[in-house]
Design a protein around this ligand. Sequence first.
Ligand code: NAD
Length: 257
Amino acid sequence: MTDPTGEFSDRIVVVTGASQGIGAATALAFAQAGATVVAGCPALESERHRQAVADWREAAGLSAERVAPITADVSQVEEVTQFYDTVKKHFGRVDVLVNNAGINRDHTLAKMTDEEWRAVLAVNLDGTFFNCRGVLPLIVEKGRIINISSMVAQTGNFGVANYAASKAGILGLTKSLALELAPRGITVNAVCPGFIDTDMTKGIPDDILQGYLERIPLGRAGLPEDVAATVLFLASPGAGYLTGQSLGVNGGLYTGD
Ligand code: NAD
């Protein structure tokens, strides 16, 4: 249920890729804390994703006015422009943007096709850029932008050069934009999840998965809710002096910066 006196009541929060996984958990957590959430859905199989948003919203007992699914392929600049035109028409402003939409197309570099490289950079990095730029005219003073990067941006990993490059690019974008938006009191930060149990990690073969899990000091895979809680912290008033940073949510798997 929603808390009408919640920390984010009267806030307009945009979460891209909000139909499932980390995005759904984050959008739900904001809505339960009182926000009105714009739940971004991809253009591909848009109806299925919009239905998935309706399903988690209804399961949580939230009214349709509190969670608005809006479609845009984040890799297509025209669609992102249209997305923010729609957000402006219906809500007039944005308080928080969470750039969460992302894909992976794993292969070792020797076998990686141009299409796999470009597709991942287009959704993960171009998509984050298009959304950051698109939200600028709408985001309020002291607004928040939170970009979902990845632990592999910090460590690299076997077979994910395209994904790691896109997520490392997000860190550079985050730091630069933090400096550009600081005069408006807007903070820009990144979250670097480690191994989180979602559809994205479901395809990992069992033996490799077991190896990953054994190396996690906190002894379990992360949950989408673990990431959502960190995103809500970064959007909270208490995090107002924190900008240009990346926070690892990885169970201790990587303890560097
Ligand atoms: P997921 O596959 O369950 O969710 C990805 C979301 O992105 C979906 O809602 C999907 O509809 C959306 N999306 C994909 N392409 C899109 C497009 N072109 N336009 C708009 N939306 C699009 O995976 P997840 O694990 O929930 O991933 C969420 C984010 O977290 C991603 O950016 C991912 O890279 C990142 N991440 C995940 C993990 C992990 O272990 N699961 C670790 C580090 C980072």
